[in-house]
Design a protein around this ligand. Sequence first.
Ligand code: CA
Length: 233
Amino acid sequence: MNKPLILIVEDEGTISHFMASMLASNGYRSVKAESGKEALAMAASYMPDLLLLDLGLPDMDGIEALKALRLWTDKPVIVVSARGHEREKVEALDLGADDYITKPFGTSELLARIRTALRHSQATGAKEAPGAFAVGDLRIDLEKRVVSLSGREVHFTPIEYRLLVLLSRHAGKVLTHDFIIREIWGPYANESQALRVNMANIRRKIEANPAEPRYILTEIGVGYRMAEEYTGC
Ligand code: CA
């Protein structure tokens, strides 16, 4: 199988160098662009399998580059953003970015984002939805509509169940508050409060310590992410 090709769009040499060597040692090929213009040209000529897009570029806003890309390609884009720029992350996700990572990030975090984005992009439309989802001791049987924790059935309200299924379908990927609310309550809903309450109830039922969730992670100011792997502490 061909190694996936990743386009690194980053003007800071130390970061792009770190990314490139980390990708090379983990089975990926990469090419580098240092500006928005160069990124758009290289995306078209190399047709990478995934893009890592820094939002702070010298010649144009990374958001503008993302918009231009999304006119013609649906390849996964992971935006690289500075800490605290939650609005920018949400905007990028709404404009079709697949995920984001916040500087400074570690190797395992970046690799996990890349694996998830590539897997979701390859899975779309290819095969049927799986009949079950499992992570750690949590199991969702999508055919029987039964959720169990360590083999014991846990009961959820219909809304809670739909939230769990939605998050599990996108496991590993961040979902914005707006996206979740649209999917569960419809396009004109304003249910931030209901979302918070339902998530708190779900966590009470599945998390050993709801204040430090390990199945459904909070992305502050952005949304929620279902864990793909359960990491013991
Ligand atoms: Ca930058």
